[in-house]
Design a protein around this ligand. Structure first.
Ligand code: C2E
Ligand code: MG
Ligand code: MG
Length: 545
Protein backbone atom coordinates (compact mmCIF):
# COMPACT_ATOMS: atom_id res chain seq x y z
CA UNK A 1 0.00 0.00 0.00
CA UNK A 2 2.86 2.40 0.91
CA UNK A 3 4.47 1.46 -2.32
CA UNK A 4 1.27 2.46 -4.17
CA UNK A 5 1.16 5.85 -2.42
CA UNK A 6 4.77 6.55 -3.52
CA UNK A 7 3.79 5.72 -7.12
CA UNK A 8 0.79 8.04 -6.94
CA UNK A 9 3.04 10.79 -5.43
CA UNK A 10 5.49 10.42 -8.32
CA UNK A 11 2.59 10.59 -10.83
CA UNK A 12 1.33 13.76 -9.15
CA UNK A 13 4.82 15.36 -9.30
CA UNK A 14 5.02 14.30 -12.94
CA UNK A 15 1.76 16.13 -13.71
CA UNK A 16 3.02 19.33 -12.05
CA UNK A 17 6.31 19.05 -13.96
CA UNK A 18 4.36 18.31 -17.15
CA UNK A 19 2.38 21.54 -16.77
CA UNK A 20 5.60 23.58 -16.26
CA UNK A 21 7.69 21.88 -19.01
CA UNK A 22 4.86 21.58 -21.51
CA UNK A 23 4.17 25.34 -21.02
CA UNK A 24 7.54 26.20 -22.52
CA UNK A 25 8.22 23.24 -24.86
CA UNK A 26 4.87 22.89 -26.67
CA UNK A 27 4.49 26.55 -27.88
CA UNK A 28 8.19 26.53 -29.09
CA UNK A 29 7.58 23.21 -30.86
CA UNK A 30 4.46 24.58 -32.62
CA UNK A 31 6.25 27.72 -33.64
CA UNK A 32 9.27 25.67 -34.93
CA UNK A 33 6.88 23.57 -37.07
CA UNK A 34 5.46 26.80 -38.49
CA UNK A 35 9.09 27.97 -39.21
CA UNK A 36 8.89 30.89 -36.76
CA UNK A 37 11.36 29.51 -34.23
CA UNK A 38 14.20 27.04 -33.68
CA UNK A 39 13.35 23.51 -32.42
CA UNK A 40 12.84 23.25 -28.64
CA UNK A 41 15.66 22.11 -26.41
CA UNK A 42 16.22 18.28 -26.75
CA UNK A 43 16.63 17.86 -23.00
CA UNK A 44 13.34 19.64 -22.29
CA UNK A 45 11.52 17.61 -24.98
CA UNK A 46 12.83 14.35 -23.46
CA UNK A 47 11.78 15.50 -20.01
CA UNK A 48 8.28 16.14 -21.41
CA UNK A 49 8.08 12.63 -22.92
CA UNK A 50 9.30 11.13 -19.65
CA UNK A 51 6.62 13.13 -17.87
CA UNK A 52 3.91 11.70 -20.12
CA UNK A 53 5.20 8.14 -19.50
CA UNK A 54 5.16 8.74 -15.76
CA UNK A 55 1.60 10.10 -15.85
CA UNK A 56 0.38 7.03 -17.80
CA UNK A 57 2.14 4.71 -15.35
CA UNK A 58 0.58 6.55 -12.38
CA UNK A 59 -2.91 6.38 -13.93
CA UNK A 60 -2.52 2.66 -14.52
CA UNK A 61 -1.45 2.10 -10.94
CA UNK A 62 -4.34 4.20 -9.68
CA UNK A 63 -6.83 2.07 -11.64
CA UNK A 64 -5.31 -1.18 -10.33
CA UNK A 65 -5.40 0.17 -6.79
CA UNK A 66 -9.08 1.16 -6.85
CA UNK A 67 -9.91 -2.29 -8.36
CA UNK A 68 -8.07 -3.96 -5.50
CA UNK A 69 -9.85 -1.81 -2.93
CA UNK A 70 -13.25 -2.73 -4.40
CA UNK A 71 -12.44 -6.49 -4.28
CA UNK A 72 -11.26 -6.09 -0.70
CA UNK A 73 -14.45 -4.23 0.26
CA UNK A 74 -16.59 -6.95 -1.36
CA UNK A 75 -14.81 -9.83 0.37
CA UNK A 76 -15.07 -7.98 3.67
CA UNK A 77 -18.85 -7.62 3.15
CA UNK A 78 -19.07 -11.34 2.24
CA UNK A 79 -17.12 -12.31 5.38
CA UNK A 80 -19.48 -10.18 7.47
CA UNK A 81 -22.48 -11.84 5.78
CA UNK A 82 -21.05 -15.30 6.45
CA UNK A 83 -20.38 -14.37 10.06
CA UNK A 84 -23.88 -12.97 10.64
CA UNK A 85 -26.13 -15.13 8.50
CA UNK A 86 -26.89 -18.81 8.24
CA UNK A 87 -25.73 -20.19 4.92
CA UNK A 88 -28.53 -22.70 4.37
CA UNK A 89 -31.56 -20.56 5.19
CA UNK A 90 -30.25 -17.02 4.82
CA UNK A 91 -31.55 -15.91 8.21
CA UNK A 92 -29.47 -14.64 11.14
CA UNK A 93 -27.25 -17.11 12.98
CA UNK A 94 -26.89 -17.65 16.72
CA UNK A 95 -24.14 -15.09 17.23
CA UNK A 96 -25.74 -12.23 15.36
CA UNK A 97 -29.21 -13.00 16.78
CA UNK A 98 -27.91 -12.84 20.34
CA UNK A 99 -26.28 -9.47 19.63
CA UNK A 100 -29.44 -8.18 17.92
CA UNK A 101 -31.64 -9.38 20.80
CA UNK A 102 -29.36 -7.74 23.36
CA UNK A 103 -29.72 -4.49 21.38
CA UNK A 104 -33.51 -4.69 21.18
CA UNK A 105 -33.85 -5.46 24.88
CA UNK A 106 -31.57 -2.56 25.80
CA UNK A 107 -33.56 -0.17 23.67
CA UNK A 108 -37.10 -0.19 25.09
CA UNK A 109 -38.47 1.91 22.24
CA UNK A 110 -37.92 -1.00 19.87
CA UNK A 111 -40.46 -3.03 21.82
CA UNK A 112 -42.94 -0.17 21.49
CA UNK A 113 -43.26 0.14 25.26
CA UNK A 114 -44.69 -3.36 25.26
CA UNK A 115 -42.75 -6.59 25.48
CA UNK A 116 -40.67 -8.87 23.37
CA UNK A 117 -41.55 -12.53 22.91
CA UNK A 118 -38.85 -15.09 22.18
CA UNK A 119 -40.20 -18.04 20.21
CA UNK A 120 -37.93 -21.12 20.34
CA UNK A 121 -38.71 -23.63 17.58
CA UNK A 122 -37.33 -27.16 17.21
CA UNK A 123 -38.22 -29.75 14.60
CA UNK A 124 -39.56 -33.02 15.99
CA UNK A 125 -37.63 -36.17 15.05
CA UNK A 126 -35.49 -34.34 12.51
CA UNK A 127 -32.68 -36.87 12.86
CA UNK A 128 -35.05 -39.49 11.49
CA UNK A 129 -35.76 -37.34 8.40
CA UNK A 130 -32.01 -37.21 7.74
CA UNK A 131 -31.48 -40.92 8.46
CA UNK A 132 -34.35 -42.14 6.32
CA UNK A 133 -34.25 -39.66 3.43
CA UNK A 134 -30.67 -38.40 3.30
CA UNK A 135 -29.10 -35.03 4.02
CA UNK A 136 -30.31 -33.33 0.82
CA UNK A 137 -33.88 -34.02 1.94
CA UNK A 138 -32.98 -32.78 5.44
CA UNK A 139 -31.63 -29.52 3.99
CA UNK A 140 -34.78 -29.04 1.94
CA UNK A 141 -36.94 -29.59 5.02
CA UNK A 142 -34.91 -26.99 6.96
CA UNK A 143 -35.13 -24.40 4.16
CA UNK A 144 -38.86 -24.99 3.67
CA UNK A 145 -39.52 -24.81 7.41
CA UNK A 146 -37.61 -21.55 7.61
CA UNK A 147 -39.57 -20.06 4.68
CA UNK A 148 -42.88 -21.11 6.20
CA UNK A 149 -42.00 -19.58 9.57
CA UNK A 150 -40.83 -16.39 7.86
CA UNK A 151 -44.12 -16.08 5.96
CA UNK A 152 -46.10 -16.23 9.19
CA UNK A 153 -43.96 -13.65 11.05
CA UNK A 154 -44.78 -9.91 11.09
CA UNK A 155 -42.31 -7.50 9.50
CA UNK A 156 -40.86 -6.29 12.80
CA UNK A 157 -39.88 -9.82 13.86
CA UNK A 158 -36.31 -11.17 13.80
CA UNK A 159 -35.73 -14.78 12.76
CA UNK A 160 -32.57 -16.85 13.26
CA UNK A 161 -31.39 -20.42 12.86
CA UNK A 162 -29.41 -21.39 15.92
CA UNK A 163 -27.95 -24.49 14.27
CA UNK A 164 -29.20 -27.98 13.39
CA UNK A 165 -32.98 -28.00 13.52
CA UNK A 166 -33.34 -25.13 16.00
CA UNK A 167 -34.83 -21.76 15.10
CA UNK A 168 -35.69 -18.75 17.22
CA UNK A 169 -37.57 -15.52 16.61
CA UNK A 170 -38.05 -12.32 18.55
CA UNK A 171 -41.40 -10.59 18.11
CA UNK A 172 -42.43 -7.30 19.72
CA UNK A 173 -45.99 -7.42 21.06
CA UNK A 174 -48.32 -5.63 23.41
CA UNK A 175 -48.60 -7.15 26.87
CA UNK A 176 -52.34 -6.69 26.59
CA UNK A 177 -52.55 -9.19 23.72
CA UNK A 178 -50.33 -12.22 24.36
CA UNK A 179 -52.82 -14.17 22.26
CA UNK A 180 -51.18 -12.57 19.21
CA UNK A 181 -48.03 -14.59 19.97
CA UNK A 182 -50.07 -17.74 20.60
CA UNK A 183 -51.80 -17.22 17.26
CA UNK A 184 -48.38 -16.91 15.58
CA UNK A 185 -47.17 -20.13 17.21
CA UNK A 186 -50.32 -22.01 16.18
CA UNK A 187 -49.97 -20.74 12.58
CA UNK A 188 -46.31 -21.85 12.45
CA UNK A 189 -47.25 -25.34 13.66
CA UNK A 190 -50.01 -25.53 11.06
CA UNK A 191 -47.86 -24.28 8.17
CA UNK A 192 -44.81 -26.40 8.95
CA UNK A 193 -46.87 -29.58 9.23
CA UNK A 194 -47.71 -29.44 5.50
CA UNK A 195 -45.79 -32.15 3.61
CA UNK A 196 -42.46 -31.38 1.96
CA UNK A 197 -41.90 -33.22 -1.32
CA UNK A 198 -38.37 -34.42 -2.07
CA UNK A 199 -37.65 -36.63 -5.10
CA UNK A 200 -41.33 -37.49 -5.30
CA UNK A 201 -41.39 -38.59 -1.66
CA UNK A 202 -43.61 -36.78 0.80
CA UNK A 203 -41.89 -35.92 4.10
CA UNK A 204 -43.93 -34.88 7.12
CA UNK A 205 -42.40 -32.91 9.96
CA UNK A 206 -43.80 -31.13 12.98
CA UNK A 207 -42.35 -28.54 15.36
CA UNK A 208 -42.39 -27.95 19.10
CA UNK A 209 -42.44 -24.35 20.28
CA UNK A 210 -41.51 -22.61 23.52
CA UNK A 211 -42.58 -19.02 24.26
CA UNK A 212 -41.07 -16.58 26.75
CA UNK A 213 -41.80 -12.92 27.39
CA UNK A 214 -39.30 -10.17 28.22
CA UNK A 215 -41.91 -8.87 30.69
CA UNK A 216 -41.15 -11.78 33.00
CA UNK A 217 -37.38 -11.54 32.97
CA UNK A 218 -35.71 -11.48 36.35
CA UNK A 219 -32.00 -10.91 36.41
CA UNK A 220 -29.88 -13.10 38.65
CA UNK A 221 -26.71 -11.62 37.23
CA UNK A 222 -25.57 -14.91 35.73
CA UNK A 223 -27.18 -14.33 32.35
CA UNK A 224 -27.63 -11.29 30.13
CA UNK A 225 -31.31 -10.40 29.46
CA UNK A 226 -31.05 -11.93 25.95
CA UNK A 227 -29.55 -15.17 27.31
CA UNK A 228 -32.23 -15.29 30.01
CA UNK A 229 -35.04 -14.85 27.49
CA UNK A 230 -33.67 -17.47 25.09
CA UNK A 231 -33.06 -19.90 27.94
CA UNK A 232 -36.67 -19.59 29.14
CA UNK A 233 -38.07 -20.06 25.64
CA UNK A 234 -35.86 -23.14 25.32
CA UNK A 235 -37.14 -24.62 28.58
CA UNK A 236 -40.75 -24.09 27.42
CA UNK A 237 -39.86 -25.76 24.10
CA UNK A 238 -38.50 -28.85 25.90
CA UNK A 239 -41.68 -28.94 27.92
CA UNK A 240 -43.68 -28.95 24.66
CA UNK A 241 -41.55 -31.88 23.43
CA UNK A 242 -42.15 -33.78 26.61
CA UNK A 243 -45.87 -33.20 26.44
CA UNK A 244 -46.00 -34.98 23.09
CA UNK A 245 -44.40 -32.58 20.56
CA UNK A 246 -46.18 -30.62 17.77
CA UNK A 247 -47.46 -28.00 20.27
CA UNK A 248 -46.46 -24.82 22.08
CA UNK A 249 -46.14 -23.68 25.70
CA UNK A 250 -45.39 -20.39 27.48
CA UNK A 251 -42.52 -20.60 29.94
CA UNK A 252 -43.55 -21.14 33.58
CA UNK A 253 -41.10 -21.26 36.53
CA UNK A 254 -41.83 -24.90 37.58
CA UNK A 255 -40.62 -26.03 34.15
CA UNK A 256 -37.13 -24.94 35.16
CA UNK A 257 -37.06 -27.26 38.18
CA UNK A 258 -38.38 -30.08 36.07
CA UNK A 259 -35.62 -29.53 33.55
CA UNK A 260 -33.00 -29.42 36.29
CA UNK A 261 -34.37 -32.69 37.64
CA UNK A 262 -34.25 -34.17 34.16
CA UNK A 263 -30.66 -33.14 33.64
CA UNK A 264 -29.78 -34.68 37.02
CA UNK A 265 -31.55 -37.85 35.86
CA UNK A 266 -29.53 -37.83 32.65
CA UNK A 267 -26.26 -37.60 34.55
CA UNK A 268 -27.53 -40.24 37.02
CA UNK A 269 -28.40 -42.64 34.21
CA UNK A 270 -24.96 -42.34 32.63
CA UNK A 271 -23.34 -42.93 36.03
CA UNK A 272 -25.78 -45.75 36.80
CA UNK A 273 -24.86 -47.62 33.62
CA UNK A 274 -21.17 -47.37 34.50
CA UNK A 275 -21.80 -48.56 38.05
CA UNK A 276 -24.13 -51.41 37.13
CA UNK A 277 -27.13 -49.87 38.93
CA UNK A 278 -29.56 -51.09 36.25
CA UNK A 279 -30.77 -54.59 36.97
CA UNK A 280 -33.16 -57.05 35.39
CA UNK A 281 -36.38 -57.90 37.22
CA UNK A 282 -38.50 -60.78 36.02
CA UNK A 283 -42.25 -61.21 35.64
CA UNK A 284 -43.75 -64.70 35.34
CA UNK A 285 -45.53 -65.83 32.19
CA UNK A 286 -47.95 -68.66 32.71
CA UNK A 287 -49.96 -71.08 30.57
CA UNK A 288 -53.50 -70.07 31.53
CA UNK A 289 -54.96 -73.56 31.13
CA UNK A 290 -52.44 -75.54 33.14
CA UNK A 291 -51.17 -72.71 35.35
CA UNK A 292 -47.64 -73.87 34.52
CA UNK A 293 -44.81 -71.33 34.54
CA UNK A 294 -43.53 -71.10 30.93
CA UNK A 295 -41.34 -68.02 30.88
CA UNK A 296 -40.21 -64.72 32.39
CA UNK A 297 -40.33 -61.24 30.92
CA UNK A 298 -37.27 -59.21 31.84
CA UNK A 299 -38.24 -55.70 33.01
CA UNK A 300 -35.53 -53.15 33.68
CA UNK A 301 -35.22 -51.47 37.08
CA UNK A 302 -32.85 -48.77 38.28
CA UNK A 303 -31.55 -49.32 41.78
CA UNK A 304 -30.43 -45.74 42.29
CA UNK A 305 -28.39 -45.18 45.47
CA UNK A 306 -29.88 -41.67 45.77
CA UNK A 307 -33.46 -42.16 44.62
CA UNK A 308 -34.26 -45.80 45.35
CA UNK A 309 -35.96 -48.22 42.94
CA UNK A 310 -37.05 -46.52 39.71
CA UNK A 311 -39.25 -48.02 36.98
CA UNK A 312 -38.53 -48.09 33.24
CA UNK A 313 -41.28 -45.63 32.29
CA UNK A 314 -39.07 -42.94 33.89
CA UNK A 315 -35.60 -43.83 32.63
CA UNK A 316 -36.13 -45.60 29.28
CA UNK A 317 -37.37 -42.45 27.44
CA UNK A 318 -34.43 -40.46 28.83
CA UNK A 319 -31.94 -43.20 27.97
CA UNK A 320 -33.39 -43.13 24.44
CA UNK A 321 -33.09 -39.37 24.28
CA UNK A 322 -29.46 -39.24 25.39
CA UNK A 323 -28.46 -42.14 23.14
CA UNK A 324 -27.51 -44.73 25.76
CA UNK A 325 -30.48 -47.09 25.38
CA UNK A 326 -28.57 -49.66 23.31
CA UNK A 327 -25.71 -49.84 25.82
CA UNK A 328 -28.15 -50.08 28.72
CA UNK A 329 -30.25 -52.72 27.03
CA UNK A 330 -27.26 -54.85 25.99
CA UNK A 331 -25.91 -54.87 29.54
CA UNK A 332 -29.31 -55.90 30.90
CA UNK A 333 -29.78 -58.63 28.31
CA UNK A 334 -26.31 -59.99 29.06
CA UNK A 335 -27.21 -60.18 32.77
CA UNK A 336 -30.55 -61.76 31.91
CA UNK A 337 -28.82 -64.47 29.81
CA UNK A 338 -26.56 -65.28 32.74
CA UNK A 339 -29.57 -65.42 35.09
CA UNK A 340 -31.73 -67.47 32.74
CA UNK A 341 -28.99 -70.07 32.21
CA UNK A 342 -29.64 -71.10 35.83
CA UNK A 343 -33.31 -71.82 35.16
CA UNK A 344 -35.03 -74.91 33.80
CA UNK A 345 -34.09 -74.74 30.08
CA UNK A 346 -37.75 -75.02 29.12
CA UNK A 347 -38.39 -71.59 30.63
CA UNK A 348 -38.25 -68.80 28.05
CA UNK A 349 -36.86 -65.29 28.45
CA UNK A 350 -38.65 -62.28 26.94
CA UNK A 351 -36.86 -58.95 26.55
CA UNK A 352 -38.23 -55.56 25.51
CA UNK A 353 -36.52 -53.68 22.72
CA UNK A 354 -36.79 -49.94 22.15
CA UNK A 355 -37.75 -48.58 18.70
CA UNK A 356 -34.45 -46.67 18.85
CA UNK A 357 -32.55 -49.99 18.89
CA UNK A 358 -34.56 -51.22 15.92
CA UNK A 359 -33.11 -48.36 13.86
CA UNK A 360 -29.66 -49.94 14.18
CA UNK A 361 -29.07 -52.06 11.05
CA UNK A 362 -26.72 -54.29 13.07
CA UNK A 363 -29.24 -54.97 15.83
CA UNK A 364 -30.02 -58.59 14.83
CA UNK A 365 -26.30 -59.36 14.50
CA UNK A 366 -25.61 -57.90 17.95
CA UNK A 367 -28.28 -60.12 19.51
CA UNK A 368 -26.93 -63.21 17.74
CA UNK A 369 -23.38 -62.38 18.86
CA UNK A 370 -24.58 -62.10 22.47
CA UNK A 371 -26.40 -65.42 22.20
CA UNK A 372 -23.21 -67.08 21.03
CA UNK A 373 -21.03 -65.39 23.67
CA UNK A 374 -23.34 -66.50 26.49
CA UNK A 375 -24.13 -69.89 24.91
CA UNK A 376 -27.78 -69.03 25.35
CA UNK A 377 -30.13 -71.14 23.16
CA UNK A 378 -31.81 -68.87 20.59
CA UNK A 379 -35.14 -70.71 20.89
CA UNK A 380 -35.43 -69.62 24.55
CA UNK A 381 -35.27 -65.93 23.64
CA UNK A 382 -38.34 -63.88 22.78
CA UNK A 383 -37.81 -60.30 21.55
CA UNK A 384 -40.74 -57.96 22.27
CA UNK A 385 -41.17 -54.98 20.01
CA UNK A 386 -43.95 -52.40 20.20
CA UNK A 387 -46.17 -51.11 17.42
CA UNK A 388 -44.22 -47.81 17.41
CA UNK A 389 -41.38 -49.68 15.64
CA UNK A 390 -43.70 -50.43 12.75
CA UNK A 391 -44.23 -46.74 11.93
CA UNK A 392 -40.59 -46.33 11.16
CA UNK A 393 -38.70 -48.14 8.43
CA UNK A 394 -40.97 -51.10 7.93
CA UNK A 395 -38.66 -52.73 5.37
CA UNK A 396 -35.77 -52.69 7.81
CA UNK A 397 -37.96 -53.99 10.65
CA UNK A 398 -39.13 -56.86 8.44
CA UNK A 399 -35.61 -57.91 7.51
CA UNK A 400 -34.53 -57.66 11.15
CA UNK A 401 -37.40 -59.85 12.34
CA UNK A 402 -36.64 -62.32 9.56
CA UNK A 403 -32.96 -62.62 10.42
CA UNK A 404 -33.71 -63.06 14.14
CA UNK A 405 -36.29 -65.75 13.36
CA UNK A 406 -33.91 -67.50 10.97
CA UNK A 407 -31.60 -68.00 13.94
CA UNK A 408 -34.42 -69.41 16.05
CA UNK A 409 -35.25 -66.31 18.12
CA UNK A 410 -38.97 -65.59 18.53
CA UNK A 411 -40.40 -62.11 18.00
CA UNK A 412 -43.57 -60.79 19.68
CA UNK A 413 -45.64 -57.69 19.10
CA UNK A 414 -45.99 -56.07 22.55
CA UNK A 415 -48.80 -53.83 23.86
CA UNK A 416 -50.95 -54.82 20.91
CA UNK A 417 -54.01 -52.60 20.45
CA UNK A 418 -52.41 -49.38 21.73
CA UNK A 419 -50.73 -48.41 18.45
CA UNK A 420 -51.89 -48.15 14.90
CA UNK A 421 -50.54 -51.22 13.13
CA UNK A 422 -52.70 -52.13 10.17
CA UNK A 423 -53.91 -55.62 9.36
CA UNK A 424 -51.80 -55.67 6.22
CA UNK A 425 -48.68 -54.77 8.26
CA UNK A 426 -49.45 -57.58 10.68
CA UNK A 427 -49.93 -60.03 7.84
CA UNK A 428 -46.70 -59.03 6.17
CA UNK A 429 -44.55 -59.23 9.32
CA UNK A 430 -43.57 -62.69 10.53
CA UNK A 431 -44.40 -62.30 14.24
CA UNK A 432 -44.54 -65.34 16.53
CA UNK A 433 -47.14 -63.95 18.91
CA UNK A 434 -49.24 -60.96 19.94
CA UNK A 435 -49.31 -59.57 23.46
CA UNK A 436 -52.66 -57.95 24.20
CA UNK A 437 -52.09 -54.71 26.11
CA UNK A 438 -53.04 -54.70 29.76
CA UNK A 439 -55.47 -51.79 29.26
CA UNK A 440 -57.86 -54.24 27.51
CA UNK A 441 -57.28 -57.15 29.85
CA UNK A 442 -57.51 -55.38 33.20
CA UNK A 443 -60.89 -53.96 32.24
CA UNK A 444 -62.30 -57.36 31.35
CA UNK A 445 -64.06 -57.57 34.67
CA UNK A 446 -65.72 -54.21 34.10
CA UNK A 447 -68.21 -55.13 31.41
CA UNK A 448 -68.87 -56.00 27.84
CA UNK A 449 -67.10 -53.15 26.04
CA UNK A 450 -63.60 -54.51 26.70
CA UNK A 451 -64.77 -58.07 26.29
CA UNK A 452 -65.83 -57.21 22.76
CA UNK A 453 -62.47 -55.64 22.03
CA UNK A 454 -60.58 -58.65 23.42
CA UNK A 455 -62.92 -60.86 21.42
CA UNK A 456 -62.05 -58.92 18.25
CA UNK A 457 -58.30 -59.12 18.95
CA UNK A 458 -58.50 -62.86 19.66
CA UNK A 459 -60.45 -63.54 16.43
CA UNK A 460 -57.95 -61.51 14.50
CA UNK A 461 -54.98 -63.37 15.94
CA UNK A 462 -56.78 -66.65 15.16
CA UNK A 463 -57.11 -65.47 11.57
CA UNK A 464 -53.42 -64.57 11.48
CA UNK A 465 -52.60 -67.88 13.26
CA UNK A 466 -50.69 -66.01 15.97
CA UNK A 467 -50.67 -67.23 19.59
CA UNK A 468 -51.58 -64.71 22.27
CA UNK A 469 -50.20 -63.61 25.63
CA UNK A 470 -52.54 -61.55 27.79
CA UNK A 471 -50.83 -58.88 29.93
CA UNK A 472 -52.03 -57.30 33.16
CA UNK A 473 -54.02 -60.18 34.66
CA UNK A 474 -54.84 -58.95 38.15
CA UNK A 475 -57.30 -61.52 39.52
CA UNK A 476 -58.95 -64.90 39.11
CA UNK A 477 -62.05 -63.42 37.37
CA UNK A 478 -59.90 -62.22 34.51
CA UNK A 479 -58.21 -65.63 34.22
CA UNK A 480 -61.63 -67.32 34.01
CA UNK A 481 -62.85 -64.78 31.45
CA UNK A 482 -59.76 -65.33 29.31
CA UNK A 483 -60.05 -69.11 29.41
CA UNK A 484 -63.26 -68.74 27.37
CA UNK A 485 -61.14 -67.85 24.35
CA UNK A 486 -59.14 -71.04 24.45
CA UNK A 487 -55.47 -71.65 24.91
CA UNK A 488 -53.25 -68.66 25.67
CA UNK A 489 -50.46 -67.46 27.90
CA UNK A 490 -50.84 -64.73 30.49
CA UNK A 491 -48.93 -62.58 32.94
CA UNK A 492 -49.80 -60.00 35.57
CA UNK A 493 -49.81 -59.20 39.26
CA UNK A 494 -52.17 -62.14 39.84
CA UNK A 495 -49.17 -64.41 39.26
CA UNK A 496 -46.65 -62.15 40.95
CA UNK A 497 -44.96 -58.81 40.64
CA UNK A 498 -41.65 -58.44 38.79
CA UNK A 499 -38.85 -59.62 41.10
CA UNK A 500 -35.03 -59.63 41.09
CA UNK A 501 -32.89 -62.56 39.94
CA UNK A 502 -32.30 -63.91 43.46
CA UNK A 503 -36.03 -64.13 44.19
CA UNK A 504 -36.59 -65.91 40.88
CA UNK A 505 -33.96 -68.49 41.83
CA UNK A 506 -35.69 -69.00 45.17
CA UNK A 507 -39.02 -69.39 43.42
CA UNK A 508 -37.64 -71.90 40.91
CA UNK A 509 -35.75 -73.78 43.59
CA UNK A 510 -38.97 -74.11 45.58
CA UNK A 511 -40.75 -75.78 42.65
CA UNK A 512 -37.75 -77.80 41.51
CA UNK A 513 -37.25 -75.94 38.27
CA UNK A 514 -33.65 -74.85 38.50
CA UNK A 515 -31.46 -75.66 35.52
CA UNK A 516 -28.43 -77.89 35.20
CA UNK A 517 -26.01 -75.03 34.74
CA UNK A 518 -22.86 -75.64 36.83
CA UNK A 519 -23.22 -72.17 38.34
CA UNK A 520 -26.81 -72.75 39.38
CA UNK A 521 -27.34 -72.78 43.11
CA UNK A 522 -27.95 -76.18 44.65
CA UNK A 523 -31.22 -76.22 46.45
CA UNK A 524 -30.79 -76.64 50.14
CA UNK A 525 -34.27 -77.52 51.40
CA UNK A 526 -33.45 -76.57 54.97
CA UNK A 527 -32.43 -73.05 53.91
CA UNK A 528 -35.16 -72.57 51.29
CA UNK A 529 -37.02 -69.31 51.60
CA UNK A 530 -40.37 -69.74 53.34
CA UNK A 531 -43.29 -69.60 50.91
CA UNK A 532 -44.73 -66.51 52.60
CA UNK A 533 -41.48 -64.66 51.80
CA UNK A 534 -41.50 -65.89 48.24
CA UNK A 535 -44.92 -64.46 47.72
CA UNK A 536 -43.75 -61.05 48.91
CA UNK A 537 -42.13 -59.42 45.98
CA UNK A 538 -39.17 -57.12 45.79
CA UNK A 539 -41.07 -54.11 44.54
CA UNK A 540 -43.38 -54.25 47.47
CA UNK A 541 -46.24 -56.19 45.92
CA UNK A 542 -47.96 -59.29 47.24
CA UNK A 543 -48.65 -62.35 45.13
CA UNK A 544 -52.36 -62.68 44.72
CA UNK A 545 -52.45 -66.48 44.63
P1 C2E B 1 -44.40 -53.97 29.02
O1 C2E B 1 -43.36 -54.68 28.25
O2 C2E B 1 -45.79 -53.97 28.49
O3 C2E B 1 -44.31 -54.57 30.47
C1 C2E B 1 -45.39 -54.81 31.25
C2 C2E B 1 -45.58 -53.73 32.25
O4 C2E B 1 -46.80 -53.91 32.92
C3 C2E B 1 -44.52 -53.75 33.35
O5 C2E B 1 -44.34 -52.44 33.82
C4 C2E B 1 -45.19 -54.53 34.43
O6 C2E B 1 -44.68 -54.28 35.72
C5 C2E B 1 -46.62 -54.04 34.32
N1 C2E B 1 -47.58 -55.02 34.78
C6 C2E B 1 -47.46 -56.35 34.76
N2 C2E B 1 -48.55 -56.93 35.25
C7 C2E B 1 -49.40 -55.94 35.61
C8 C2E B 1 -50.70 -55.92 36.18
O7 C2E B 1 -51.31 -56.94 36.48
N3 C2E B 1 -51.27 -54.70 36.39
C9 C2E B 1 -50.61 -53.56 36.09
N4 C2E B 1 -51.21 -52.42 36.34
N5 C2E B 1 -49.39 -53.53 35.54
C10 C2E B 1 -48.79 -54.73 35.30
P2 C2E B 1 -42.89 -51.86 33.91
O8 C2E B 1 -41.96 -52.87 34.43
O9 C2E B 1 -43.04 -50.58 34.61
O10 C2E B 1 -42.52 -51.65 32.41
C11 C2E B 1 -43.14 -50.72 31.66
C12 C2E B 1 -42.66 -50.76 30.25
O11 C2E B 1 -41.30 -50.39 30.19
C13 C2E B 1 -42.70 -52.17 29.67
O12 C2E B 1 -43.98 -52.44 29.24
C14 C2E B 1 -41.71 -52.04 28.54
O13 C2E B 1 -42.34 -51.48 27.39
C15 C2E B 1 -40.73 -51.04 29.06
N6 C2E B 1 -39.51 -51.73 29.47
C16 C2E B 1 -39.25 -52.44 30.57
N7 C2E B 1 -37.99 -52.93 30.56
C17 C2E B 1 -37.44 -52.52 29.40
C18 C2E B 1 -36.14 -52.70 28.79
O14 C2E B 1 -35.24 -53.37 29.29
N8 C2E B 1 -35.95 -52.11 27.58
C19 C2E B 1 -36.93 -51.39 26.97
N9 C2E B 1 -36.66 -50.83 25.79
N10 C2E B 1 -38.14 -51.21 27.51
C20 C2E B 1 -38.40 -51.76 28.71
MG1 MG C 1 -43.10 -56.18 27.22
MG1 MG D 1 -46.65 -54.88 27.20
Amino acid sequence: MRHDLVTLGIAFAAIVLFVIVAGSVVPTAIRSVQGDAVAPDVLLTNALLLNIALILLGWNRYKALTGKLETHRRSEAEARRLADFDDLTGCLNRRSFAARLEGILRNDSDTRGGALAAIAIDLDNFKQVNDLNGHAAGDLVLRTTCDRIRQVLPEDATLARLGGDEFVCAVPYSLRSPERIEWLAARMIEQVSKSVIHDGISIDVTISIGLASSAHLSSDGRETPAQGLMHKADIAMYHAKKQGKNRFYWFEPPMENELRFRSELKAGIRRGIENGEFVPYYEQQVDLDSGELVGFEMLARWESPEMGLIGPEIFIPIAEEIGVIAELSEKLIARAFTDALRWDPRITLSVNISPVQMRDPWFAQKILKMLVEHRFPAHRLDIEITETCLHENIGMVRSMITSLRNQGVRVSLDDFGTGYSSLSQLRSLPFDQLKIDRSFISELKNGDQSAKLVDAIVSMSDGLKLPITAEGIENENVVNALRRWGQMKGQGYHYGRPEPAEKVLDRLAACGRLGQDPNARVLDITKATPKADLDKTADGGQRAV
